[in-house]
Design a protein around this ligand. Structure first.
Ligand SMILES: [Zn+2]
Ligand SMILES: [Zn+2]
Length: 109
């Protein structure tokens, strides 16, 4: 039996994932088991995917916690912000009206 990637080199073992035979150069020992180059990469990407998934899960949980915290004290805060916005809006409208009246009365003189 020859190595699958090196047709001139004798295979020294088989990949336990895909079942193909490879030489020493192509085989990687992971946790005492032989894997070929391809399957090693596959395992690596799978491991990365798992890491990413768990990271995303923790992100979602953190976001949910933040939303809950905002929900508890946020009602008051957003209420204050809302009324403050209203006050500023009213003040701006009053100032504009005052300026308009001043200009209009100035024009009539
Ligand atoms: Zn393999
Ligand atoms: Zn090889």
């Amino acid at each position: 039996m020859k190595c699958k990637t090196h047709s001139k080199i004798d295979a020294t073992g088989g990949c336990i994932n895909c079942g193909n035979f490879f030489c020493d150069k192509c085989l990687h020992k992971i946790k005492g088991k032989n894997y070929c180059n391809e399957c090693t990469e596959e395992l690596a990407t799978k491991a990365e995917d798992k890491n990413n998934e768990s990271k995303n899960e923790t992100k979602v949980i953190v976001q949910q916690q933040q939303q809950q915290q905002q929900g508890e004290g946020g009602g008051l805060l957003s209420g204050i912000k809302f009324s403050a916005g209203c006050c500023i809006g009213l003040i701006i409208v009053v100032v504009i009206i005052a300026i308009f009246i001043l200009m209009a009365s100035g024009g009539y003189r």
